[in-house]
Design a protein around this ligand. Structure first.
Ligand code: DAH
Length: 351
């Protein structure tokens, strides 16, 4: 069976995150520019096996995400990825140690202004050798990042790197896990500062909140929320990668972290785009508002396409009709949906 509808199929080739000037493309480049030394992948096919999407990441056999009501299947052995984590094992197996992968992901969902069956994520991963040299590299990086964050106007509500409900994996040394989790948090706080910093009200710090979470392929795991325009916004999930995932990738004696960032959510608040469906618009009134590399505030426009109505009428010769009389008539009949009224031509008595 397949449950991939023609509407969904039509999205596969669009690749909004690589269309120059599109807000999702600008956001992707912004994230990439924050991790300049990482490999940047952005054209990986959305077709994956359930094995890649779920099994290799230790999803339990009865996980609801596997069901045909939640995910799109081409057939029982091939599906549309539901998250960019589906590529972790492939990319690690190819030998990449630090990489970002941005892609379209597909989930069956409700219809409203913040849900769409296709959206975009950036997966980011870093692994290092589980030895003194690897840990030194992480420690040096932590010192650099801590210094940078200390000098920035950012207020972080943290949770412990490890806790009884968010423990170290049995195969790992807790000291190593602490360093890796700290590096994950510092790297992401610094990315968040890059994306959201400098846009707060005068004198207000950027507020970031870390929360314990659970994901099948990371432990400890966290979610991150950012306080922006008066609301807490959940923007990513992350954690220390499970040993099983790295074993599946054939990278022995390594450990590291992974995160998955939801691009639409972030772009919606940064650009003030009120409806997720607008990202798919081909309307020049949407597309012409953006330039590659620039974040600007979206100017709303009518959700209906422009249309022209010519209205002609005769007047008795002994009446006068002022333009404003006609405008009031239009207002009474059509209300505020009318954006513009123009005289196209005025004919004399005999035409
Ligand atoms: N794949 C998760 C999602 O779609 C996000 C995520 C969570 C990615 C934790 C990660 C991670 O790499 O470690 O909700």
């Amino acid at each position: 069976m397949t449950n991939v509808s023609p509407t969904i199929l039509s999205k596969l080739s669009v690749q909004l995150h690589t269309q120059p000037a599109h807000p999702l493309s600008t956001l992707r480049s912004l994230v990439e520019s924050h991790f300049p030394a990482y490999a940047h992948l952005s054209s990986v096919s959305p077709l994956v096996t359930p094995h890649q999407n779920f099994d290799l990441l230790s999803f339990p056999p009865d996980h609801p995400g596997r069901s045909v009501t939640d995910s799109y299947y081409i057939n029982k052995d091939l599906m549309l990825r539901t998250h960019t984590s589906a590529h972790e094992v492939d990319v690690f197996s190819r030998g990449e140690k630090t990489w970002l992968l941005t892609a379209d992901v597909y989930r069956r969902d409700e219809i409203d202004a913040s849900h769409y069956p296709v959206f975009h994520q950036t997966e980011g991963c870093r692994i290092v050798s589980a030895d003194a040299a690897g840990m030194q590299e992480i420690q040096d990086d932590n010192a650099r990042l801590e210094d940078h964050l200390r000098r920035s106007h950012i207020l972080i509500e943290d949770v412990p790197h490890l806790s009884p409900t968010n423990p170290c994996q049995p195969a790992h040394d807790p000291k190593h896990t602490e360093l890796i989790a700290k590096n994950l948090k510092l790297s992401l706080n610094s990315l968040i500062l890059r994306l959201f910093g400098g846009k707060q009200a005068e004198g207000e710090p950027l507020r970031v909140r870390w929360i314990e979470a659970t994901f099948p392929w990371t432990t400890p795991s966290f979610e991150v929320e950012v306080f922006f325009r008066g609301k807490w916004l959940e923007i990513l999930g992350c954690g220390v990668i499970h040993q099983a995932t790295l074993d599946n990738s054939n990278v022995p004696n390594k450990l590291g972290w992974a995160f998955g960032l939801g691009l639409e959510r972030i772009a919606m608040v940064l650009y003030s785009i009120p409806d997720i469906r607008l990202f798919w618009s081909q309307d020049p009134r949407f597309l012409s508002q953006f330039k590659q590399g620039e974040i600007n505030t979206f100017r709303p426009y009518s959700k209906y396409p422009t249309c022209f109505k010519d209205v002609s009428f005769w007047l008795p010769t002994d009446t006068t009709l002022h333009d404003n009389d006609f405008c009031d008539l239009v207002r009474d009949v059509a209300g505020d949906t009318v954006e513009n009224v123009k005289i196209v031509s005025q004919l004399g008595l005999w035409g």
